[in-house]
Write a protein of this length. Structure first.
Length: 373
């Protein structure tokens, strides 16, 4: 233990001696700072190159044009109506002639119930109605000859009306054993099979009307004011198919949770069947506004973080103008549609990041002229 203590004490003494011995200050050990002062100058809005020349920036001379804003909404396809066809009388199912997924027309038989005693009840009601009719006709003849009182004739008339009503009820009960399609469409599902007992209100089948198909979605409250009924809509399905339609419904009440407004778009007829529930993107034509189409690369931020572009005034002085992006152009001339610029503006398209508001520069618009030609 004494040897270890002696070694440790020796190491401490060596370190202390190395730290207190003076050394040359001009030795470049890689960690010393230079003796002379150095300063860093920041460029300001009034700064210019030291040789007196001015920066050269590329510009484009742009004019405001009418732009139809597009509201982008995410939604899904929906059938015009999807109805559960229900029974209006009870009975045993004896026939289901339509298969699931088959197309039917209005009036086609979907489910048939057993007639049971309904045909007999109808025959009995018909006989009683004919009997009451004969008695009433005889009473009318007797009254014409003064042999029948008005009270007796009224009693026979009431009997006749009751028998007619009973006959109509029996006929309706027999008709209700045949459950038919209320409109043309596709039988999406069948809830019963032959032999099942169907009660009043029981579902026979689900019928889907796909003429026309709809696309539904929710529009944020900041965009709903730009829409109008009848606006053209371009719909892009998740499968990549593009469809056309028109805006047919805009909700007047917002969803209490999302504060969005429901819309419906009616699709134009197509040869390809469209399924319900397919995810879709809607591009809805909104209101028109005056805007400039600027290269997306010309957009920049100021010190406050506002989006804008830098333009030149008549004296070639740089100015920052805040803008609002109202749309994107992905066609042959890609760029961003912005509002907030003067009707005619000289927009800096290259070099806007190295110049500052208030700085005088030289402009090169040859690129803009060649592009316009």
């Amino acid at each position: 233990m004494k040897l270890k203590h002696a070694v440790a004490a020796g190491l401490v003494v060596i370190v202390v001696i190395w730290m207190v011995i003076p050394r040359e200050r001009n030795v470049d050990d890689g960690y010393s700072l230079p003796d002379e002062d150095s300063s860093v100058s920041a460029a300001t809005g009034d700064s210019q190159p030291e040789d007196g020349s001015q920066f050269i920036v590329r510009v484009a001379h742009l004019e405001a044009r009418r732009f139809e804003e597009q509201v982008r909404v995410r939604g899904q396809t929906k059938a015009f109506r999807l109805v559960d066809v229900r029974a209006e009388t009870s009975g045993r199912v004896v026939a289901t002639p339509v298969q699931r997924g088959a197309r039917v027309t209005e009036g086609d038989l979907l489910c048939e119930l057993a007639v049971d005693n309904r045909a007999v009840d109808l025959q009995e009601a018909r006989s009683r109605m004919e009997e009451a009719q004969l008695e009433y006709d005889g009473a009318v003849d007797l009254q014409d000859r003064g042999l029948q009182s008005r009270i007796g004739l009224a009693r026979l008339k009431a009997t006749l009306d009751a028998s007619v009503a009973a006959y109509n009820r029996a006929e309706l009960a027999l008709q209700r054993t045949r459950i038919t399609a209320p409109f043309s469409g596709i039988m999406e599902d069948r809830s019963v099979e032959v032999g099942d007992l169907l009660d009043v209100g029981g579902t026979c089948a689900a019928l889907l009307d796909d003429t026309p198909m709809l696309v539904v979605g929710l529009v944020p409250e900041q965009n709903v004011g730009k829409l109008y009924r009848g606006a053209p809509v371009s719909v892009r399905l998740l499968s990549g198919e593009t469809l056309a339609g028109s805006l047919t419904y805009i909700s007047r009440a917002a969803d209490p949770q999302s504060r969005s407004y429901a819309i419906e778009v009616e699709l134009a007829p197509t040869d390809t069947p469209i399924r319900q529930g397919v995810t879709a993107e809607l591009y809805i034509a909104g209101s028109e506004t005056m805007a400039h189409l600027v290269p997306s690369s010309s957009l920049t931020l100021n010190d406050e973080g506002r989006v804008g572009v830098k333009i030149l005034d008549s004296a070639n002085v740089v100015q920052f103008v805040p803008v609002t992006i109202v749309g994107e152009n992905i066609a042959s001339n890609p760029g961003s549609w912005v509002s907030g610029l003067p009707a005619r503006a000289t927009v800096i398209t290259h070099g806007q990041e190295i110049v500052f508001p208030g700085q005088t520069v030289r402009s090169d618009d040859s690129w803009s002229q060649q592009s316009s030609n």
